[in-house]
Design a protein around this ligand. Sequence first.
Ligand code: M6R
Length: 614
Amino acid sequence: MCGIVGYIGFRDAYPILVKGLHRLEYRGYDSAGIALMNEEKNLSVYKTKGRVNDLEEYVLDKDISGTIGIAHTRWATHGEPSNTNAHPHYSQTETLALIHNGIIENYAVLKAELQKKGYTFHSTTDTEVLVQFIEYIKQLHKCDLFSAVQIALGQVVGAYAIAVMEKGNPDQIIAARKSSPLVIGIGDGEYFIGSDASPIIEYTNKVIYLDDEEIAVIKRHEEPQIVTIGNVRKTPQIKELEMSLSELERGGYPHFMLKEIFEQPQSLTNCMSGRINVEGTNVTLSGIIDHKDKFLNARRIVIIACGTSWHAGIIGEYLFEELCRIPVVVEYASEFRYRNPVVYPDDVVIAISQSGETADSLAAIELARKSGAFVYGVCNVVGSSIPRNTDSGSYTHCGHEIGVASTKAFTAQVAVLTMMALTIAKEKKTIDDKKYTDTIKELQNIPGKISQILDLNEEIRQLSYIFTYAQNFIYLGRGYNYPIALEGALKLKEISYIHAEGYPAAEMKHGPIALIDNEMPIVIIATNDTIYEKVVSNIQEIKARNGRVIAIINEGDEVIKSMADHCIEIPATKECLDPLLSVIPLQLLAYHIAVNKNRDVDMPRNLAKSVTVE
Ligand code: M6R
């Protein structure tokens, strides 16, 4: 949430910062701003409501010279999107400029204290309070900027990733983090700062990930100094980025979301590679095998996640219970963290997250670890906070996901959960050899079957025109396809802004059936599984009330074809792998409806890719 980029070196900072902001725009996009210091050591801040393009227009007649700068693209928390609330924020004397990602929880108290001392505020943000507070500390203690930041952050409650510049000091940027990611890229005589690696990868693949409560002093000609808020000096750990630049480009697709939907055959192949043997007879996840006893002796599995990752978690529940016979509960991380849950030391907690930075999931992990549970991360972003704060885990390896609506990360999460369940089931001997190898072999067929479904893209696009102006949608599914109904509905509402509800199909008669009339589109996933007949009955109930049925069926299902208004035919697979296929047409349907409605598919209103605030 919110994008941070910074540069200090020998090149013009502005083009690097603006390009970085474009790369980070998926993290937040309601306003953008930049601070630059020119040769005369003057510090200028330019900012505006709107997108990065608006900022570029705004600075056309401004001095954008300088080889040091910081820039920000915002997702509003405190204060509406506006020119004044945009970052960077100046301090009272305009000698400091600061950008911030996160929330300062005690900002109101700090602000009141500063106001009593005569400080005035232009914005309604918590960020302006922080920069004013740093300046106040600097003046009070007559100290340098690093010490002022250190003392100020010691008194701040909340989450932050910040970068600060000081007028008259063109050789230094101070950066710090707590519960919000920050990466420093190491170039040759130059440094880059990013809230993730995407603005950095073009220039260097050597990075330092700051840890919580670390402050970095980044000087032009020196190695970064890293010191904690408690004044402990740290040795910077330099890591190599695995990301490639092409992952950050649309590659000819009109939107990242469509590109990412179409990447799924390859992203799933990558996800399984090195884990399933060539013969398709064995699957091994080292993160599980290294901690086998934890899983074999687990009293239960608790899955914590948010949004789409939570939907993957429900599929995980079905998989672990069916294949491993371990009781599972799936919790929204945001509820789990505050409801004083019972967590046993012999629980295994699985945290699922694309970004690895979701604030609620991180807090839930902390709670689980304090209770003594073993915590396993299923994450996409390598080196993000969740893998660094869990006992073990598996990466989903689906590549950088940029579209705000998660697609390829979801299928990779489901694939990892399937491989986890198979690995544990084999160790626990809760699966027979035939079912084990049959499932692995079929898992290997999934990328090819997804390619077949992607061939239906044009057919689904045509179908989307019929439903573009629907006001509401209902999505229904049962068993393994119930979480897919939830996911299909979430995809549609996120990017088209059409109200959509996902339900277990049998629950329909307990309430939602009242919504059905001849205007209500109902998407029902009706593949040929063990409860197929029941789903057929559900379709009949809908048709009896004149609902308009769009059914996701297996190829050649004449029974449902004769009942439904529209059918999308997908290849058959094993029941537990159904979600990996049935979600694909729903991703495409949501995408096309949103495009028909002229929505900003990759950057839908009010959303951001990684939710690093509560
Ligand atoms: O990065 P995470 O997987 O932890 O993110 C969780 C949710 O914020 C995320 O899945 C969100 O619901 C997406 N916009 C769904 O498309």
